[in-house]
Design a protein around this ligand. Structure first.
Ligand SMILES: [Zn+2]
Ligand SMILES: [Zn+2]
Length: 83
């Protein structure tokens, strides 16, 4: 278990638990961070359900490398979420 329960509040732990503590992108490695699909700077509702997704460090680096809007699109496609 990589998740340090003292670092996260109940709501956040719920999100990790929803994905069984795995990275929501590669689904192989354990998640380490919560990534905002809509970043805090762009969406005051960034804590809304579904906006924060658990990622492993590798996928998180990738998400920011491709850019938040691109990753958001990729993520929605992967999980087939319509806007
Ligand atoms: Zn991953
Ligand atoms: Zn992020």
């Amino acid at each position: 278990m990589v998740i340090d329960t003292e670092l996260w509040d109940d709501e956040e732990l719920q999100i990790f638990s929803k994905y069984k503590y795995r990275c929501s992108w590669c689904e192989i490695r354990m998640s380490e961070v919560l990534h905002e699909l809509d970043p805090k700077s762009k969406n005051k509702n960034w804590k809304a359900e579904g906006n924060r997704v658990p990622l492993c460090a590798k996928c998180h680096t990738m998400a920011h490398k491709v850019g938040t809007p691109t990753f958001r699109k990729m993520f929605k496609e992967k999980y087939d979420v319509s806007e």
